[in-house]
Design a protein around this ligand. Structure first.
Ligand SMILES: NC(=O)CC[C@H](N)C(=O)O
Length: 231
């Protein structure tokens, strides 16, 4: 099994993901430069967080137009798992691999804090190791994480079980106070229609070891690896 971690100019969570996959999980993982056009050697891809191309135009807009994205689209079409974290989520929406858009936080500042998420579905390659409705702690760090989609897209996401994570309070309730950025319906992460592409604003790689205060994020990577080994 081999996982590619894509690097753009301005990526800054690539090495953290590499550490989690290689050192914590013992998975064969490799950094991939944005000019790479052939990703067929990989079983899955992580598009990590950061400030690709300085977030110019819109966060993720420039990275979405780089050569590596064509290969990521091909890999996703072949049913392999692709996860975009934070800036990675922004890149996946900008490239059309995921619905909606990530807009500026309702309080327009960079926010770095722990958030509680409710796992909305276990029926994805990234959430099979959770319980439905489970509340997990995974931190956010962004300025453009305010998820927006039009009404028709929102209903489609809800009806097809494509909402993976929602920001909630300690009781697991969807409230405005628990919503760190103004995302519609408190959406923190969604999957594609085929469910093999996940985008999420919180950073699971920053919640993958006890020393970081939460290990809840590691189960996202573990679920992905289990999916790969079974398929
Ligand atoms: N941690 C990140 O990936 C940063 C996300 C993004 N560039 C923002 O601030 O919105």
């Amino acid at each position: 099994m081999s996982i590619g971690i894509v690097q753009f100019g301005g990526s800054n969570c690539d090495l953290d993901v590499l550490h989690v996959l290689k050192d914590v999980l013992g998975v064969d993982a490799e950094l991939v430069w944005y000019k790479e056009e052939d990703l067929s050697r990989f079983d899955g891809i992580v598009v990590p967080g950061g400030f690709s191309y300085g977030d110019y135009l819109r966060a993720g807009a420039i990275a979405a137009r780089t050569p590596v994205m064509n290969s990521i689209k091909a890999l996703a079409e072949a049913g392999k798992p692709v996860i975009g974290i934070c800036n990675g989520f922004q890149i996946l929406t900008e490239s059309g691999l995921l619905d909606g858009a990530l807009t500026t936080n309702n309080y327009p500042k960079f926010k770095c804090e722990s958030t509680l998420l409710r796992v909305e579905t276990t029926d994805t390659p990234f959430t099979s190791k959770f319980k439905k409705g489970e509340i997990v702690s995974i931190p956010i760090a962004h300025m453009e994480g305010n998820f927006y989609a039009d009404e028709a897209t929102l209903s489609k996401l809800e009806d097809n079980g494509q909402v993976a994570f929602r920001y909630v309070d300690k009781e697991g309730k969807v409230t405005d106070e628990a919503n760190p950025n103004g995302s519609q319906e408190n959406i923190a992460g969604i999957v594609s229609a085929k469910k093999n592409v996940l985008g999420m604003m919180p950073h699971p790689e920053r919640a993958s070891e006890e020393i970081l205060g939460s290990k809840d994020g590691i189960r996202i990577f573990e679920s992905m690896m289990e999916f790969i080994s079974k398929n």
